[in-house]
Every structure is written in C-alpha cells, then in structure tokens.
Design a protein. Sequence first.
Length: 115
Amino acid sequence: QVQLVESGGGLVQPGGSLTLSCAASGFTFSTYAMSWYRQAPGKERELVATIASAGGIRNYADSIKGRFTISRDNAKKSVYLQMNSLKPEDTAVYYCNAKRWATYWGQGTQVTVSS
C-alpha cells in the first residue's frame, strides 16, 4: 500500500521557519521524482518545488525561490521542505507528491503564517 505522510506543519509568525517532512512507503522511493505542492483557500493547487530521484536536480517556483529548499534522503525514504522567511501568502495546505509511471499524493499538512 502506497503512503505519503506529511508532517511538520503548523502556525508560524511572518519571518519564521518551518521544515516539512514526507515519509514514503509502498513504492520504490529512490526512483521517483518528489515534489511539494500547496493549495491556499480559494486557489488552485500549485507546484512549489521538485527534486529529481537522485537529488541532483531541483526546481522551484519563483514565488519561493531563495526562501525554500527541497531535499531528500533516499535511505530514509523521505523528502523535506525547509521554509525560511515565511510570509502570510505562504499560508496553504502543503502536499507531498511522488511521480514516475504513477503519481501519488499525501494527505497534506496545514501551514499558517500569521502574527
């Protein structure tokens, strides 16, 4: 059974930091590209960051470039999103995504940036 379980969300003040984690099971994690998406209330889901299967290639949305860092640990079957200098507009549900021949989604974790 495929599972992607996100954790690490919460409430943070503007300018603060959070690290999201996504633990994978049920598929060959090391062969899948991994991504983080987010969806704010009333908006479409958007791609935040992607990391290639071996971790060498990373791509970021312009809105978060320079503030967020995606990383992965294939031995731990996990992907991470380090988020710094958070802004209120980063408030959203953040989803972990795995893609190769199939696409898998996690259940999401809420990030709220507010004073």
